[in-house]
Ligand binder design. Sequence first.
Ligand SMILES: [Zn+2]
Length: 326
Amino acid sequence: MSTVETVRGPVETADLGVTYMHEHVFVLTPDVQQNYPDEWGDEQARQDDAVTKLSALAASGVRTIVDPTVIGLGRYIPRIRDVALRVPDLNIVVATGCYTYQDVPFFFHYRRADLRAALGMDEVDPMVPLFVVDITEGIAGTGVRAGMLKCAIDEPGLTPGVERVMRAVARAHLATGCPITVHTHPGTEQGLVVQQVMAEEGVDPGRVVLGHSGDTTDVDHLSHLADAGFWLGMDRFGINLDTTLEARADAVVELCRRGFADRMVLSHDAACYIDWIDPAAIPLLADWNYLHIAAAVLPYLREHGVTEDQITTMLVDNPRRFFEGV
Ligand SMILES: [Zn+2]
């Protein structure tokens, strides 16, 4: 029997059901929020809003989401636990790791292996044991364990900070077996950099989702990464500022035609509230919500030749296989 840690405790992989592999609940900038709290407003109203949106997601047939909100994205598990307890039909898998495109947070800047060595301490990156405790014991005394590791690489590429986090995530994975999701920028083929670093660290690509793969229509590039054994996160359906529903969905159609239905997972990268976006701009992103895949993407895929079996593979079987490590 194989299980995955969720906010309410372990769930058997066979019971994950339809799983969206990359959805946030809240994405926040805590020190801005603490000083300019007016936009967030009433805590209870925000939690009620999240319960409403996540309940609608569960009612659409989705049983599990993975929330890859880590350090740098305002992770706060007591709030997520309060929300999750009010949406009993939805499993929420939370994550540990660090999200940056450039530097590590200053908390870690002077806490690093080379300075520890100079002080006669062991040379482990201090991020690694923090991530490991989140996975093996729980996060910040809540008892909620992380079920996913997360790092990021974007257009700036493998900066020293990005590399440090990626290697720390790889080492926490090797110590625990917890799988990995990586925010990537496929337009600049950052998946190839992930491939190199993970190979150097001895990480099996089959334990890694390359997130935001659906931001490109370069299916040759994506086919190469799928052939290498990575999972492709076609996980930003509804974010159509630089692309369209059709472009995103056509990439999935073509990858299915090439035989890669068993390498893709689907999601929106949506949130109940994200403070990166001016609330006035949210109406420009009308499709960016938890219900868009069920409402628009799956009908489009069916119309363009993706079979019901392939849809089940992407939504149910692949998440289960990913967490089982098979
Ligand atoms: Zn995300």
